[in-house]
Design a protein around this ligand. Structure first.
Ligand code: DLZ
Length: 155
């Protein structure tokens, strides 16, 4: 069933109150990425993470999530990193370059550090599709990214 793996509450006996999660937020399309951030934080809190153990960092755009995510994952005190961004297609191929680079970079950050680095980046054709996925009728992908991070931390 669509979405069943990344929504709702994760059942685990592992206590998450000592886990520290970094959330790296792209400033481009700020209204969308702020909504993703709110969704991610509320899901982490619901799973027992303390607010002082949720560390936020901003980067200018989604392209910079790779390096911001890597820097946070290299921090020994951080257990998982969630990268949040929103790339909306324009009239040029810029969209494809950014999407490919960030998908590759986020993967690489996880593989290099051996930590979960979660791809919470919307790649949409227009703003309407982004709004639908940032607390609209298709849920909140920030929340789903948080649940993915939790599932990987309790792996
Ligand atoms: C330049 C750019 C464009 C055109 N569109 C977006 C976008 O839709 N979403 C996003 O997160 N960032 C965008 N950027 C900025 C790039 O991610 C990056 O910050 C700049 O190219 C500088 O490296």
């Amino acid at each position: 069933m669509a979405g069943i793996l990344t929504s709702g509450k994760v059942k685990t006996k592992i206590n998450l109150s000592k886990k520290r999660v970094a959330i790296v937020v792209a400033e481009w399309n700020e209204d969308i990425t702020e909504a993703l951030y709110e969704g991610a934080v509320s899901s982490l809190r619901e799973h027992g993470l303390k607010s002082q153990n949720i560390i936020r960092k901003n980067v200018p755009g989604s392209f910079e999530l790779s390096l911001g995510g890597l820097w946070m994952a290299q921090d020994k005190t951080i257990d998982a990193v969630i990268c949040l961004g929103c790339v909306i297609q324009g009239d040029t191929p810029h969209f494809d370059y950014i999407c490919q680079a960030v998908a590759y970079g986020v993967t690489e950050a996880g593989l290099k550090t051996g930590k979960p680095v979660i791809f919470g980046v919307l790649t949409t054709l227009n703003k309407k599709q982004a709004l639908e996925r940032a607390g609209g009728k298709l849920g909140n992908k920030g929340e789903e990214a948080a649940i993915t991070a939790i599932k990987m931390m309790v792996f």
